[in-house]
Design a protein around this ligand. Sequence first.
Ligand SMILES: CNC(=O)[C@H](Cc1ccc(NS(=O)(=O)O)cc1)NC(=O)[C@H](Cc1ccc(O)cc1)NC(=O)OC(C)(C)C
Length: 314
Amino acid sequence: TEKTPQRRIFNTYPISHKLSRPVLIEAFAEHYRQLAADSEYRFQEEYDDLRSIGTNYSSLIGERAENRLKNRYTNILPYDHTRVKLIEMNEDDEEDIGSTYINANYISGYTSPREYIATQGPLPTTKDDFWRMIWEQNTQTIVMITRCVEKGKVRCDHYWPFDSDPTEYGDITITMASESVLPEWTVRDFTLELKREVRSLRHFQFTAWPDHGALGRTDLLLRFVRTVRGQIPRNAGPTIVHCSAGVGRSGTFVAFDFVLQHLARKENKFIDIFGVVARMRQQRCYMVQTEAQYVFIHKAVLDVLEGRVSDSNW
Ligand SMILES: CNC(=O)[C@H](Cc1ccc(NS(=O)(=O)O)cc1)NC(=O)[C@H](Cc1ccc(O)cc1)NC(=O)OC(C)(C)C
């Protein structure tokens, strides 16, 4: 009998497809419409395809018994391969991994492989380590996307001074130089001092985004991201982005900031939100933690492309 021609069936995407799904910018509106059709069926499908990405990476240091109390949530641990290591404090020869541990990961961005550090909201027991990380990483911008207490639950320690009195966090003295409270966010300027060296840092706290919820208004996120992006010093180390767990709202902020930087370059003809989130998921677990946040990123990008919200860089 005539041999049936062998049809090669790809039951698994080639790796490149699995981790990226670029869309022509001029076709993005139609792409969004298709994903949103039938009660967002294809958004759900695409978000489900992200679930397994990154789950093969280990979090052995975060799982250690001596580090258990340094984690805010039992299920949100930093991957070993991208975790931020605090510089050794003791002189002993053997490495004391516990003294170098903080629940934080480097996240690559549009201009640098360590453009951001995504981290949990500090705990009372980790806020000194948090400031130590900021000093060691030469961070000059903190983006906080949570309130300390939401719906009666503590989401983050008040890890900065309550007033302008200099306050010590370990070896570092923090002084609040100014505080500007706006309807949706607060901007604070701090000075940090260690062994007579003084540095400055700007703290942006977005206060209008409930945990596990979607923000709803894309113009708010756009204005906030642009405000922050426009004030990050060029010579600074990684920008710290945190919420309560450092994955949902933080991941949404980072993804949108990345895409806006990408769109600002006219030579770019494609946009790959799936690929941006997939890459972040290989660096920190659950980045963009809900499907609603994933849809929200798309809606915010669509609104920018269609001019419903103005972004002068774009
Ligand atoms: C869905 N909620 C969670 O997964 C949170 C961690 C978390 C993730 C994301 C966010 N949003 S944010 O990243 O935007 O801050 C807040 C909190 N985890 C907990 O509350 C976990 C329970 C849990 C929930 C879901 C799960 O799959 C596994 C374990 N509880 C927990 O860690 O309990 C403590 C705080 C008493 C130690």
